[in-house]
Design a protein around this ligand. Structure first.
Ligand SMILES: Nc1ncnc2c1ncn2[C@@H]1O[C@H](COP(=O)(O)OP(=O)(O)O)[C@@H](O)[C@H]1O
Ligand SMILES: [Mg+2]
Length: 306
C-alpha cells in the first residue's frame, strides 16, 4: 500500500558542492536513491565520500545544491527527520569504558526507546555473547557491529553507514556483509561507503563511483561491468588443449600461450567454457572477467588504490 510517507525517493541530491578552503571535496553531485535500495558510494580515500554522506545526514551544510532526504531537507537540522535516520559515522563515538550492553542502553535512553530494545539490537548484530565486554576490549569488527546496533535502536527506515567494514579482518568482513544483507531484506534503505570495490560489487543494488568529488559512474555493478565490453579470458593448461584446437572453438577471438597456460579470449564465455571442458576436462580451468576495478581504471585512467 502506498502512503504519502513512502512516496518518492529516499534521497535526491542535485548539484551538490562542498569545498574546504581550496579543496573541492564534493564537486557537483546529483543522484537519487530509491526506497529499499542498497546504494554504495565507492572510491579511494579523499574522494569525497564522507563529506557527501555527511551532507545527506544533515551533519554538514552543502555550499550549493539541493538535498532531499525522505522528502525533507536535512539542513538546517530537521527534528522530524532524525528519528527516521540511522547513522554509523566513520569515527563512531563510543562510551568506551562501558560494556557493550551498557553502551546500547545509554543510546536507547537518548532515543527514548525502552531498554529492552538494547538487547534486541545486540542480538540482531550477533553480539549477545559480548554484552558484558567493555567496548574498548571489542575487536574492530565487533565495534563496527556495535555501531550498527546503535544506529538501529530507534528502528529507522534509512541507514547511513560510512565504511562499516574498514579496519575489519576478512572473516569479520564477510559476516558484516551478511548483517547488511539482512537489513536490506528487512526493507531498510541503505546508503553506504566503502573503499573495497569487491564488496560493493557483492552487496549493492547500484554503485556510484566517486572520484575527486564527482560521480564518474552510477549504475548496477553488472551494468557497469558489461558496459566495459571487455572480453572474458578462459585459461586452460597447455598440455590439455592444443593451440589449433583452441582456435577452432566457435566464439574464440584470440589464443595466446604464456607460462604453459593457453588463454582464450571470447565475448561468449558460456559457450567457450563448455567447449573447453568437453575437449580438456573440467579441472584447472580458470576464467577472468572484468570487475568493477576495471571499470574504475577505464573511467579514471588510474589503477584503483584504496
Ligand atoms: N574537515 C575538513 N577540513 C578540510 N578538508 C577536509 C575536511 N574533511 C575532508 N577534507 C578533504 O576533503 C576531501 C574529501 O574528503 P572525504 O570526504 O573525507 O573523502 P573520503 O571519505 O572519500 O575519504 C579530501 O581531500 C580531504 O582531505
Ligand atoms: Mg571517508
Amino acid at each position: 500500500m502506498s502512503t504519502p510517507q513512502s512516496a518518492g525517493p529516499a534521497v535526491a541530491a542535485r548539484g551538490v558542492r562542498k569545498a574546504y578552503g581550496a579543496v573541492q571535496a564534493v564537486d557537483g553531485v546529483s543522484f537519487t536513491v530509491a526506497r529499499g535500495e542498497f546504494f554504495g558510494l565507492i572510491g579511494p580515500n579523499g574522494a569525497g565520500k564522507t563529506t557527501l554522506i555527511e551532507i545527506l545526514e544533515g551533519l554538514r551544510r552543502a555550499d550549493e545544491g539541493e538535498v532531499e532526504v525522505l522528502g525533507l531537507s536535512p539542513w538546517p537540522r530537521n527534528l522530524a527527520l532524525l528519528p527516521r535516520l540511522g547513522l554509523q559515522t566513520q569515527h563512531s563515538a563510543f562510551f568506551t569504558r562501558l560494556t557493550a550492553i551498557e553502551h546500547l542502553r545509554t543510546v536507547t535512553a537518548l532515543y527514548g526507546v525502552g531498554a529492552r530494545r538494547a538487547d534486541e539490537v545486540l542480538a540482531m548484530v550477533g553480539l549477545t555473547a559480548k554484552a558484558g565486554t567493555r567496548v574498548d576490549r571489542l575487536s574492530g569488527g565487533q565495534r563496527q557491529r556495535l555501531a550498527i546496533a546503535a544506529a538501529l535502536t530507534h528502528d529507522p527506515e534509512l541507514l547511513f553507514f560510512d565504511e562499516p567494514t574498514a579496519a575489519v579482518d576478512p572473516q569479520a568482513r564477510r559476516s558484516l556483509w551478511e548483517l547488511l544483507r539482512e537489513l536490506k531484506a528487512m526493507g531498510k534503505t541503505i546508503i553506504y561507503t566503502t573503499h573495497h570495490i569487491d564488496e560493493a560489487e557483492a552487496l549493492c543494488d547500484r554503485v556510484a563511483i566517486v572520484d575527486q568529488g564527482r560521480l564518474v559512474a552510477l549504475d548496477t555493478p553488472r551494468a557497469l561491468v558489461s558496459g566495459l565490453n571487455q572480453p572474458t579470458v578462459v585459461q586452460v593448461p597447455a598440455d590439455r588443449l592444443s593451440t589449433e584446437a583452441a582456435r577452432g572453438i566457435e566464439g574464440v577471438d584470440a589464443v595466446t600461450l604464456d607460462a604453459a597456460m593457453l588463454s582464450l579470449t571470447t565475448q561468449v564465455p558460456g559457450r567457450v567454457l563448455a567447449a573447453v571442458t568437453d575437449l580438456a576436462g573440467p579441472h584447472d580451468i580458470r576464467t577472468h572477467t572484468a570487475s568493477l576495478e576495471d571499470v574504475y581504471l577505464s573511467l579514471t585512467g588510474r589503477e584503483y588504490q584504496p
